[in-house]
Design a protein around this ligand. Structure first.
Ligand SMILES: Cc1cc2nc3c(=O)[nH]c(=O)nc-3n(C[C@H](O)[C@H](O)[C@H](O)COP(=O)(O)O)c2cc1C
Length: 207
């Protein structure tokens, strides 16, 4: 049943694209900011599920999907997590901890498993951040947390590695875009050091 629904949804998106609709993905990418001040309103369950669904659909090497998502919306647990996370700013009503499943990664990918699992979790994280923004929510990825404390608070078994916390809630600030290195500095054409000439996209992004 779920597979059928997914097929139907994908077909709908494909047909929109076929008919020339453009999804404004670049606006979403450019507009998202790390939010460090939140309103107290809780995030409705259907929105949490959409965000998780976005994480689930992230690409992963060999389609191994070595992630586990721990949703934290219990006030007391969140407060404890924040206490042991120096990088967690603002009173977000929700956080998602992305863990890599080391057992799954090792089973399907052997010695490459660990590196690929980190990359896969980062893919899921970006999907989560962008979807939260597209739904009117603010978010912030957080790496600065105590692994030991978070493991204990959330009862995380040894075969999982906590990779990234994501704070989510309704934003109570509008941070300006951070400085970004220009494309002219980071893009090389065919060979390293040969500059890419057309920078219209970058100029657009700096508006
Ligand atoms: C892997 C990773 C770890 C991060 N850890 C933290 C953190 O611990 N605390 C925090 O406030 N922001 C954290 N950030 C957010 C960055 O500071 C932020 O993405 C960067 O300043 C660019 O701003 P923007 O997200 O608004 O574009 C992290 C971002 C990434 C990608």
């Amino acid at each position: 049943m779920a597979v059928l629904l997914e097929k139907k949804r994908n077909k709908k998106i494909e047909s929109l694209l076929d008919r020339g609709f453009k999804l404004d993905i670049l606006d979403i990418i450019r507009g998202r900011r790390s939010i460090r001040k939140y309103k107290t309103d809780s995030v409705p369950k259907d929105l949490i599920e959409k965000i998780l669904e976005a994480g689930r659909w992230a690409p992963s090497a060999g389609n191994v999907q070595p992630w586990e998502f721990i949703v934290i919306n219990d006030r007391k647990i969140l407060d404890l997590v924040r206490k042991f996370s120096p990088g967690f700013f603002g009173d977000a009503p929700l956080a998602i901890l992305i863990c890599s499943n080391k057992e799954r990664a090792r089973k399907f990918r052997g010695s490459l498993g660990r590196d690929l699992a980190i990359i896969d979790c980062a893919m899921a994280a970006q999907n989560i951040l962008l979807t939260a923004y597209a739904l009117g929510l603010g978010s912030c990825p957080i790496k600065s947390f105590s692994q030991i404390a978070i493991r204990e608070i959330l009862e995380i078994p040894d075969h999982l590695e906590p990779e990234l916390l994501i704070a989510i809630g309704y934003p109570d600030q509008k941070p300006p875009p951070p400085p970004k290195r220009p494309l002219s500095e980071m893009v090389h054409l065919n060979k390293y050091g040969v500059k890419w000439k057309n920078m219209s996209e970058q100029i657009e992004g700096e508006k």
